[in-house]
Design a protein around this ligand. Structure first.
Ligand code: NAD
Ligand code: TYD
Length: 339
């Protein structure tokens, strides 16, 4: 089996590559990544010399490059993680989200049609369902919940999902889609909540909590997400959507407090800042379908996963230190200085 993993130099894609090389040592894994600000070859350092692994730098929206790779590798499975993934950046500059997340997805699927594949898997997000009210803890996103997006990011992901289902219906492309809740774990880019708060706390810098910190996200340890995708690409039904989440809802402020406690830092570092535009209130996944059909259950409890993640950032300063220099500093200044 040859599997092309797009976006494999990013957070979840890299964890998925490690998972696949471990769980399927007879597979060939080809990573296709443009290496945007979020892609980092240092993340893949430990597998670069693995004979079952190949890295190719290319844009998923570059038709010639994508077709050339399919011609050469004749892949069986495509797992598309490549995306612009940060809501705040999408609010500043939506266009690149449309190009990568929608056009890129269509180019990949055109290549799948042209060269033939066994499975195209689209890594999507619970954000395509929009948000749930804070005062209705009985409500969850199921696969039947209508798409109702809030940000340019989630809209571009929803557009891609619709296109994937259209390629199934129109061309019979063997597709699956997973819609996962917020992930956390090693190699998470420090623009996102958990790594940003860990790294700021380590520097005794203010922890910028949007609004009152009451927004709720449903957190899943990244390895649990990777196992879910592995199950879906092998045993999931073609044309189906699978929600992935572990019933682990947390308010942002409570996560920030947990991080400070774990690091032995003062809560005085918490700074409430201007809220995100269109900020989704609550995400909460109903994972009954993937449990029922594929037997998937999350394995890592949030308290353990958060401790492991904090430990990882403490032990891997050599990974994140270069990431937060240069361009990241400019980004941070622009997004947070006047907030
Ligand atoms: P990330 O931003 O950490 O990584 C994205 C990767 O894609 C980077 O390596 C980047 O270089 C690459 N990339 C970007 N544009 C590309 C292009 N045009 N061509 C090729 N490569 C390109 O993102 P992540 O958090 O690992 O998310 C991966 C996927 O999972 C995304 O599709 C995202 O929508 C989805 N998702 C993420 C979460 C989460 O909590 N992070 C939750 C659910 C779903
Ligand atoms: P984020 O990690 O950007 O993921 P998403 O918006 O895709 O869920 O943000 C998670 C939550 O944390 C979200 O409600 C916004 C909030 N947040 C802050 O309060 N401060 C920050 O600096 C960041 C990056 C996020």
């Amino acid at each position: 089996m040859t599997v092309i993993v797009t976006g494999g130099a990013g957070f979840i894609g890299s964890n998925f590559i490690f998972h696949m090389l471990d769980s399927h040592p007879d597979y060939r894994i080809v990573c296709l990544d443009k290496l945007t600000y979020a892609g980092n070859l240092a993340t893949l350092e430990s597998v670069m010399d693995n004979p079952s692994f190949r890295f190719v730098r290319a844009d998923i929206a570059d038709r010639d490059a994508v077709y050339a790779l399919f011609e050469e590798e004749k892949p069986d499975i495509i797992v598309n993680f490549a995306a612009e993934s940060h809501v705040d950046r999408s609010i500043e500059n939506p266009e690149i989200f449309l190009k990568t997340n929608i056009i890129g997805t269509s180019v990949l699927m055109d290549a799948c049609r042209k060269y033939g594949i066994k499975r195209y898997h689209q890594v999507s997000t619970d954000e395509v369902y929009g948000d749930l009210p804070l005062d209705r803890p009985d409500l969850f996103f199921t696969e039947e919940t209508p798409l109702h997006t809030s940000s340019p990011y989630s809209s571009s992901k929803a557009g891609a999902d619709l296109l994937v289902l259209a390629y199934y219906r129109t061309y019979g492309l063997p597709v699956t889609i997973s819609r996962c809740s917020n992930n956390y774990g090693p190699y998470h880019f420090p623009e996102k909540l958990i790594p940003l708060m860990i790294i700021n706390a380590l520097h005794d810098k203010p922890l910028p909590v949007y609004g009152k910190g009451e927004n709720v996200r449903d957190w899943l340890y990244v390895e649990d997400h990777c196992r879910a995708i592995d199950l879906i690409i092998h045993n999931g039904r073609v044309g189906e959507v699978y929600n992935v989440g572990g019933h682990n809802e947390m308010r942002n402020i409570d996560i920030v407090r947990l991080i400070l406690k774990e690091l032995g830092k003062s809560e005085d570092l918490i700074t409430f800042v201007t809220d995100r535009k269109g900020h989704d209130l609550r995400y909460a996944i109903d994972p009954a379908k993937i449990h029922r059909e594929l037997g998937w259950l999350p394995e890592t409890k949030f308290s353990d996963g958060l401790k492991k993640t904090i430990r990882w950032y403490l032990d891997n300063e050599s990974w994140w230190r270069p990431v937060i220099s240069g361009e990241y500093q400019e980004y941070y200044e622009k997004m947070y200085s006047c907030r």
